[in-house]
Design a protein around this ligand. Structure first.
Ligand SMILES: Nc1nc2c(c(=O)[nH]1)N[C@H]1C(S)=C(S)[C@@H](COP(=O)(O)OP(=O)(O)OC[C@H]3O[C@@H](n4cnc5c(=O)[nH]c(N)nc54)[C@H](O)[C@@H]3O)O[C@H]1N2
Ligand SMILES: Nc1nc2c(c(=O)[nH]1)N[C@H]1C(S)=C(S)[C@@H](COP(=O)(O)OP(=O)(O)OC[C@H]3O[C@@H](n4cnc5c(=O)[nH]c(N)nc54)[C@H](O)[C@@H]3O)O[C@H]1N2
Ligand code: SF4
Ligand SMILES: [Mo]
Length: 691
C-alpha cells in the first residue's frame, strides 16, 4: 500500500520529525507510519507526534465558523457571514482609530507560507505596524544574541548529526528528554563516542540524569554562571588567543566583564560550588572540540539576551565557534520556530530576515509586493506589549496560531485585555481558550490536510505534504487571508496555493540573510530538506555556517561585554520562593491540541507544583495535596509533586493548563531590553497548603 502513504512532518515541535501518513477508513482519518529513511529522527516519534491524528477527528476540532450572536453566545454561521463580520470589524476600527489600532498576533507553528502571508496581510492590506507573534516568547533572546555576535540568527549553525562527534556538550536549560525525545539519541551517541555531557538546570531532569556533570543553579543566575566559567578560562590560561586574535573583535571588554565575576561570588549568586565550576571548565576545555546549546531555561529571562551573549563569549574565548564540530547553538522550540521568525510576522521584520527599518530591504520587498516602499509601516510593539495595549491603543485583533490566554505571562491581565477589545477574531483548529473569547472563530485546516514548508531547529527547510482532504466547512489559513484581503479591497496578491506563496517568498527572501531563493518543493522532497541560505537552485544549501567567516561586515565574531544582574523580581520575606515554569513530555504548549488527546491526558492529566520534600514539610503538604502558589500578579492551585530532584528554594510548574492551575497567572511580564522576551523562568512566590 506504499502508494497511499504520504511523507510529511509532525505538527508540533521544532525537531520536525519525519513521519508518513496513511488514510484509514475506520473513523480515524489517517494513521502514522514510521518514516525510517528521514535522517533526523529515523522513524522515532514521541507520544505527541504518534497521536497527532486524533486532533483531526470531527468531535475534537472545529468544523464550521462561529459568530457571537446577540445573546453573547458563539453560534454556527456561514463563511460569508463570518468573514464579512471580520472585514467589518477591522475596517471599522481602522476608520475610527487609525490603521495602528488593528493588531495581528501570529504563531511560530504556522508554516513559512502562512507566516509570510500574514506579515504581508498586516503591512499591505491592514497597513498596520502592530503585528507580532508567540515566537517572541520562545527564542527571541537567543535570536538577538546571535545577531549581535555573529551577524546572523540560525538556531543551530550545524546539523544535529554533528553533536555525537564533538568532544563535550554543555546543555543549558534544555530538557531535551521531554521536549524533543527522539533527539536524545544524539546525546546518547555522544557519550558512546567518548564525548562528555554537562547539563545546567535547577532541576535534575530526565535530561540531567544523562549528564556526566549536572550543575543546578538558582533560576535566573545563568549569566553569573557563564561569566564565572569564563573567568576560570582566563585565570587558568585556557583562552584560545590565536582564534580570538584572528576571528573576533571586542575581547577586552568581554574579558573585563568576566574578570569581575570571581568564582566565589558566582558560587554565592548561583549556589553552584566552585569545585563544580572548575570541573565543568576542565571537562569542556579538556575536550578538543565542544558545543554550548541553550534552550528556554537561560533564554526566558529579563536578561536572556545577555545570558546567551555570555555563553557565546565563552565559546569564542575557547575557540569553540566557527570551527568544525564546535559552536554555540539554540534549540528552537516551535514547529516552525525558525522559519516563523524569518519571514515577516515579527514586529520589526520583513521576509528573508530583513529589517523593516532598512531602506534597501523595504525597497526590495515592496518591489516583490508591488507597493510603494513608503506605504510600508515601521516596526510595531513586541508580543507582550501588544497584548498589554489591547482595548487601549489596539482595539481589534486577529489571532492566527496562538493561545495567549494560557501561554502569555501575567495571563490574568492578558485575558482581561482580550476581553476589553472592540473586536477579536481567532483562526484556530480547535476552540482554544483564546478562541472562546472571540467575536468570530474561523475553523482552519490542519497539518495533514494542507501542504507547506517549515524550517526546523537545524535551519533545514522541510515540506509537509497534504495526506487527506479536509472536512467540508473548514478552510486553510491561506484561504482565509485571501478572502479577507479580497473583502478589504486587495483582490490580488494573496494566493491560497502554498507552492505559489512559497515561490513569492523565495523572491522576497532573495539576497536577504535567510535566503530561500534556491529552495523548491521538488528539491525539498528529493533531498530530505534543504538548509538555508540557498541563493540559487544550483546551490547545495548550507548545513554548516561560519566555518570561514562570521556574517558580520568584517567576517569577525563580536564579543559583547556583559555583567550579571538580578532577576526582575527577587525573593523577599513575603514571596520567599522562586517559581520556574516549563514543560512535560505529554502536553504541548497551551495544551489546546494535546489536551484533546485521550492518551496524552492519561499520561499528563493536569497541572502540578513540583517541590522539594523540605519545602513540602515546611508548608505541611503531602504528595498530591493541593498547593496554593501566589505571586504579586495572581494565584494558582495544583497538586503537590514532591521530589528531591529540585532545589529547595524553587518550585516548578508546567504551563499547559488553563483555569485554577494556570502557571501564567503567576509569571512576571518583565521584558528583556533587547529581545522583549518576558521572564517566564523566574519570579517570586509564596507557597502554602491550600487544603
Ligand atoms: N513535550 C513538549 N515538548 C515541547 C514543547 C511542549 O510544550 N511540550 N514545546 C516546544 C517549544 S515551543 C519549546 S520552546 C521547547 C522548549 O524546550 P525546553 O527549553 O527544553 O523546555 P522547558 O521545559 O521550557 O525548559 C527547559 C528546562 O529549563 C529549566 N530551567 C528553569 N529555569 C531555569 C534557569 O533559570 N536556568 C536554567 N539553566 N534552566 C532553567 C527547567 O527546569 C527545564 O527543565 O520545547 C518544544 N517541545
Ligand atoms: N509560563 C510559561 N509560559 C510560556 C512558556 C514557558 O516556558 N513558561 N513558553 C513560551 C513558549 S516557548 C511558547 S512557544 C509559547 C507558546 O504558546 P502558544 O502560542 O499558546 O502555543 P500553542 O499552544 O502552540 O498555540 C497555538 C494555537 O494555534 C492553534 N494552531 C495550531 N496550528 C495552527 C495553524 O496552522 N493555524 C492556526 N490558525 N492555528 C493553529 C493551536 O490549536 C493553538 O490553539 O508559550 C510561552 N509561554
Ligand atoms: S519530538 Fe517534536 S517533532 Fe518529534 S514527534 Fe515529538 S513533538 Fe513531534
Ligand atoms: Mo517555544
Amino acid at each position: 500500500m506504499a502508494s497511499t502513504e504520504t511523507s510529511t512532518h509532525c505538527p508540533y515541535c521544532a525537531l520536525q520529525c519525519g513521519m508518513k501518513l496513511r488514510p484509514v477508513t475506520d473513523g480515524t482519518v489517517v494513521e502514522v507510519v514510521e518514516r525510517t529513511e528521514f535522517p533526523v529522527n529515523r522513524g522515532a516519534l514521541c507520544g505527541k507526534g504518534r497521536t497527532a491524528p486524533a486532533v483531526l477527528a470531527a468531535g475534537v476540532r472545529l468544523t464550521g465558523p462561529l459568530v457571537r450572536d446577540e445573546g453573547g453566545e458563539l453560534a454556527p454561521a456561514s463563511w460569508d457571514e463570518a468573514l464579512g463580520r471580520i472585514a467589518d470589524g477591522l475596517r471599522g476600527t481602522r476608520a475610527e482609530h487609525g490603521a495602528d489600532a488593528v493588531g495581528v498576533f501570529g504563531g511560530g507553528g504556522l508554516t513559512n507560507e502562512k507566516a509570510y502571508a500574514l506579515g504581508k496581510f498586516a503591512r499591505v492590506v491592514l497597513g498596520t505596524s502592530q503585528i507580532d507573534y508567540n515566537g517572541r516568547f520562545c527564542m527571541s533572546s537567543a535570536a538577538a544574541a546571535h545577531q549581535r555576535a555573529f551577524g546572523l540568527d540560525r538556531g543551530l549553525p550545524f546539523p544535529l548529526e554533528d553533536i555525537p562527534r564533538t568532544g563535550c556538550v554543555i546543555l543549558v536549560g534544555s530538557n531535551l528528554a521531554e521536549t524533543m525525545p527522539p533527539a536524545l539519541r544524539y546525546l546518547t551517541e555522544l557519550k558512546e563516542n567518548g564525548g562528555r555531557l554537562i547539563v545546567i538546570d535547577p532541576r535534575r531532569t530526565r535530561t540531567a540524569e544523562q549528564a556526566d556533570l549536572h550543575l543546578a543553579p538558582r533560576p535566573g543566575t545563568d549569566l553569573a554562571l557563564a561569566l564565572g566559567m569564563l573567568h576560570l578560562v582566563v585565570a587558568d590560561g585556557r583562552v584560545d588567543e590565536e582564534f580570538v586574535h584572528t576571528r573576533t573583535n571586542g575581547w577586552d571588554g568581554a574579558r573585563a566583564g568576566a574578570m569581575a565575576h570571581w568564582p566565589e561570588l558566582v558560587e554565592r549568586l548561583t549556589g553552584v560550588p566552585v569545585p563544580q565550576l572548575r570541573e565543568a571548565v576542565e571537562m569542556f576545555c579538556g575536550a578538543g572540540t565542544g558545543m554550548v546549546l541553550t534552550a528556554r531555561g537561560p533564554e526566558q529571562q529579563a536578561k536572556g539576551t545577555d545570558t546567551v551573549g555570555a555563553w557565546i563569549n565563552f565559546c569564542l574565548a575557547t575557540g569553540r565557534a566557527g570551527r568544525p564540530l564546535s559552536g554555540y547553538g539554540c534549540l528552537t522550540g516551535q514547529g516552525n520556530g525558525q522559519g516563523g521568525r524569518e519571514h515577516g510576522q515579527k514586529a520589526d521584520q520583513l521576509p528573508g530576515y530583513r529589517k523593516l527599518t532598512d531602506p534597501l530591504a523595504r525597497r526590495h520587498v515592496a518591489g516583490v509586493w508591488g507597493v510603494d516602499p513608503d506605504s510600508l509601516p515601521g516596526p510595531g510593539r513586541s508580543a507582550y506589549e501588544l497584548l498589554d495595549a489591547l482595548g487601549r491603543d489596539v482595539r481589534s485583533l486577529l489571532v492566527m496560531g496562538s493561545n495567549p490566554v494560557v501561554s502569555a505571562p501575567h495571563a490574568g491581565h492578558v485575558e482581561e485585555r482580550l476581553r476589553s477589545l472592540d473586536f477579536l477574531a481567532v483562526a484556530d483548529v480547535v476552540l482554544s481558550e483564546t478562541a472562546a473569547l472571540a467575536d468570530v472563530v474561523l475553523p482552519v485546516t490542519q497539518w495533514a490536510e494542507e501542504s507547506g514548508t517549515t524550517t526546523s531547529l537545524e535551519g533545514r527547510v522541510l515540506l509537509r505534504q497534504r495526506a487527506v482532504m479536509p472536512p467540508d466547512g473548514v478552510r486553510s489559513d491561506l484561504e482565509v487571508l485571501e478572502a479577507l484581503a479580497g473583502l478589504l479591497g486587495h483582490g490580488k496578491g494573496f494566493p491560497s496555493d502554498p507552492e505559489e506563496v512559497f515561490d513569492e517568498l523565495r523572491r522576497a527572501s532573495a539576497g536577504g540573510p535567510a535566503d530561500y531563493a534556491g529552495i523548491t518543493y521538488a528539491r525539498i522532497a528529493a533531498e530530505d530538506g534543504v538548509f538555508w541560505p540557498c541563493p540559487d537552485e544550483g546551490h547545495a544549501g548550507t548545513p554548516r555556517l561560519f566555518l570561514e567567516r562570521f556574517a558580520t561586515d568584517d567576517g569577525r565574531a563580536r564579543f559583547v561585554p556583559v555583567t550579571h544582574r538580578a532577576a526582575a523580581e527577587e525573593t523577599d520575606a513575603e514571596y520567599p520562593v522562586v517559581l520556574t515554569t516549563g514543560r512535560v513530555v505529554s502536553q504541548y504548549q497551551s495544551g489546546a491540541q494535546t489536551r484533546r488527546v485521550a492518551e496524552l491526558n492519561a499520561a499528563a492529566p493536569g497541572p502540578f507544583v513540583e517541590l522539594h520534600p523540605r519545602l513540602a514539610e515546611r508548608i505541611g503538604v503531602a504528595e498530591g495535596e493541593a498547593v496554593a502558589v501566589t505571586s504579586r500578579r495572581g494565584r494558582a492551585v495544583a497538586p503537590a509533586r514532591i521530589t528531591v530532584t529540585i532545589r529547595q528554594d524553587t518550585v516548578f510548574m508546567p504551563f499547559h493548563w488553563p483555569g485554577e492551575g494556570r502557571a501564567n497567572s503567576l509569571t512576571n511580564p518583565a521584558l528583556d531590553p533587547v529581545s522583549r522576551m518576558p521572564e517566564f523562568k523566574v519570579c517570586a512566590v509564596r507557597v502554602e497548603a491550600a487544603g
